[in-house]
Design a protein around this ligand. Structure first.
Ligand SMILES: Nc1nc2c(ncn2[C@@H]2O[C@H](COP(=O)(O)OP(=O)(O)O)[C@@H](O)[C@H]2O)c(=O)[nH]1
Ligand SMILES: [Mg+2]
Length: 319
């Protein structure tokens, strides 16, 4: 899912100004007629109301249709919303925007009718003033919620673009063991690779075609510490493993450039307990021929790993 297209949420004052500006514009076109024919004042006031209603409806629609319905989001994204935002607050804010839209429509209809039936000019202008007051007050009542929606949009734009319905392989292991390098070899993607730890600022995701199926590979950094102690990327990685992974690939680096083999075996065992099928990939075999633990079925090249993924897909019923 991609959250890049969420509509920017403006402030309550911005919407009010725009709506009233549009109202003025549509009425000013009638000014010349107004002098000639006083009953044109009524038409001008009605046109202003329509302009306000139209403007606010269009802009609130833009927001409401671009935000996803939270309860129907895939679990992965629901959890991501829960850890990065106040889920209930976001839901309430969307409800408030919907409420404002309905109220604007209600007041527009009712004042449209009142002015239409009105014969007295003074009464007409006082209705008009009252209408503007009601609309401003509706929009000001949702001021805080609009601000929260804009805050949420900015946070959600940082969510990774993960496909939740295709066979997904998460690549796990200590920093610097070669996860990102493996992702690049498997998928041809060109993520950032550096020989110091913690270079990953976002989840790296790539795709490969295996046996005519599009397979998603996610580079999932992190060492499954306590959830609150993880940085945001590690949290995203952890959720991806939990909710998206059909298969885990544990990258084991026998060169011990960063972490000794004992530590790496411990993390491997911890990850093994998550309850996902796991394949071990021994990295850096070009500089450590034959080294590393004797793990049954461990893959020592991207080609071997591709075959392991393929057979995991077959046994997982992905075909
Ligand atoms: N010689 C060799 N170096 C590798 C291999 N894979 C990764 N590296 C190096 O190990 C360092 C860390 O790799 P990276 O993929 O960023 O590890 P990550 O932190 O697990 O994503 C980089 O300097 C890579 O160039 C490999 O197969 N052979
Ligand atoms: Mg990396």
């Amino acid at each position: 899912m991609n959250f890049q297209g969420l509509a920017k949420v403006e402030t309550a004052d911005w919407y009010i100004d725009l709506a009233f500006r549009n109202a003025k514009k549509s009425a000013s076109e009638m000014k010349s007629q107004m002098r000639a024919n006083p009953s044109a004042i009524k038409r001008a006031e009605l046109a202003k109301i329509s302009a306000v209603n139209r403007t606010l409806k269009r802009h609130l629609d833009l927001v409401l249709t671009s935000f996803p319905s939270l309860d129907s989001l895939p679990e992965f994204y629901q959890e991501l919303v829960r850890i990065t935002l106040d889920y209930a607050e976001l839901k309430k804010s969307l409800g408030a925007a919907r409420w404002a839209q309905q109220k604007v429509r209600f007041f527009s209809d009712s004042f449209h009718n009142k002015i239409k039936r009105c014969r007295d000019f003074q009464r007409m202008t006082s209705y008009s003033r009252e209408y503007y007051g009601r609309i401003s007050s509706v929009m000001k009542q949702v001021k805080r919620q609009l601000e929260y929606l804009e805050h949420s949009r900015r946070v959600m734009k940082g969510f990774p673009n993960v496909k939740t319905k295709i066979f997904t392989v998460c690549i796990a292991g200590f920093p610097n063991v070669g996860k990102t390098t493996l992702l690049a070899k498997l998928t041809g993607s060109k993520p950032e690779i550096a020989d110091y730890a913690f270079t990953t600022k976002k989840l790296n995701i790539g795709y490969a075609n295996i046996n005519n199926h599009k397979v998603q590979f996610i580079d999932t950094p992190g060492t499954i510490d306590r959830f609150e102690k993880m940085n945001p990327i590690e949290q995203q990685a952890h959720l991806a493993i939990k909710y998206c992974a059909d298969l885990l690939v544990y990258v084991f680096d026998p060169s011990e450039q960063g972490y000794d083999q004992k530590k790496q075996l411990q993390l491997m065992n911890r990850l093994g307990k998550i309850g996902k099928s796991m394949v071990v990939y021994i990295s850096k075999t070009d500089i450590t021929k034959g080294a590393g633990p004797r793990i049954k079925d461990a893959c020592r090249s991207p080609e071997e790993l591709r075959k392991a993924v393929s057979s995991a897909m077959e046994s997982g019923g992905a075909f």
